[in-house]
Design a protein around this ligand. Sequence first.
Ligand code: GLN
Length: 548
Amino acid sequence: MTKFIFVTGGVLSSLGKGLAAASCGALLESRGYKVAVQKLDPYINVDPGTMSPFQHGEVFVTDDGAETDLDLGHYERFTNMTATQGHNWTTGRIYQKVINKERRGDYLGKTVQVIPHITDEIKNSIKKIAGDDIDIVIVEIGGTVGDIESLPFLEAIRQLKLELPVGDAVNLHLTYVPYLQAARELKSKPTQHSVKELRSIGIQPDIILCRCEKHLPEELRAKIALFCSVPVEAVKIAIDVNNIYKVPISFADQEVDTLVCKLLGLPHQRRKMEKWEYLSSIIDGPMSEVNIGVVGKYVDYPDSYKSISEALTHAGFHHKAKVKVHWIESSRFEKGENLEELDVVDGILIPGGFGIRGVRGMVEVVQTARTRGIPFFGICLGMQVACIEFARNAAGMESANSSEFDDEAPFNIFYKLRELVDIDEMGGTMRLGAFDCQLEDGSFAHKAYGKSFISERHRHRYEFNIGFKDQMAEAGLKFTGMSPDGLFVEIVELENHPWFLGCQFHPEFKSKPFECHPLFRDFVGASLAHRQTRDKVGAEETAREELV
Ligand code: GLN
């Protein structure tokens, strides 16, 4: 029988509820339990696919092609689960389902209401994740307790806990305990109010997880316990750590999972934390340093590239190197200006993106990486721009473009795969999810993966126009990854370059802390090598100058 943990958040947003849920999942897995983590988002959008990255951060894509909240990335990185469409529901999608049923006449003439119809649909979406192969479902409710929007979700988990046998569900509430500099004190009042709010809608937390910058003194824990009606040992601390991959260990030190198992009546199984401890030892151990320039469109809001930055960190773990990311807005390079800013980086990554803004600057950056032998990794839009740059500057197609940026260009080397169903309907018109790709022997990609067939996640509308393949290949671009039917270009590379690779898919979604993605691993490896060469050349130059 599957058990449930419902995770709610109080006081304010951005407390790391997703990480807390993912870390609990990691700990329970370390005890041998099979875990799934689900996110329920209170906004009306059917999925985050149509939202600006500035609004919502990254859209995380699953194998089955769902466009989901970025917290699902944490879940996959911290646990062994594979997220699907069913692991992320929004208010919009719940309502869409209910309204479709209503139109079909499924409700047999009844008045359709929030309770029970919306709440039933929410409960069904949670129960669908449960099953014989899952011991524990962790359900994270987005938003902050007290918001109007999340009420149906909270009501649904209240009902579900009631319906389940006693001891089959626990409520975990994440709150904030601020440190007031003037009073030199941590303050418990916001937590008390948040729990009061939760209790007013019928939810009594079983565990209170206090996010704080400083250690919570025993008296304050006791005070929170008393005012929030939980035993003192149920007040746990989510203290700031220097690396998110230390959170599971911090929770384990406080026996968060032991308490969860006790409350859920789960048999005590020994916790195996070796791999998390190994990561911590790398994080705290000696590390070399490598500078990676991420040249993109949404760099002011790094959550837009969450999986990219995590995948770079994972590759750093592999090489025992601290990856210092320089987030650079691509429009800075628009007219070929400011390119000297790239002098400090050892490798350049151009991530995904939509729309023409910043593309001209990206083209300049690709040219710099290509001609100066700087390791280059282009992902999705980054790969498309790499092809555009090569077509223009190396294959004699000066006006080469993607029809996304110029519909009239004589050489549209990227074109839209399917016409939009309706111009107003942007959702659901992309190549989404996992697709196979065949690799060419001896390529950078083949060396990285160590095999010939791979599957990676996609999220794009435009495809390389195969009609230009020969012309580009003659000029020296290598097409080293193709769809098995040979129709779609998946990977391009350059020979005679330390490491230059563009891929149409998003490898960042499949990188894990213990198993970094092979392309990120080799890109960071090439960047480290580039750095060493640069350092050597720099040292030789200094020596020469001193001799003079
Ligand atoms: N805008 C490009 C396309 O839709 C690239 C998308 C992306 O980078 N995810 O094909």
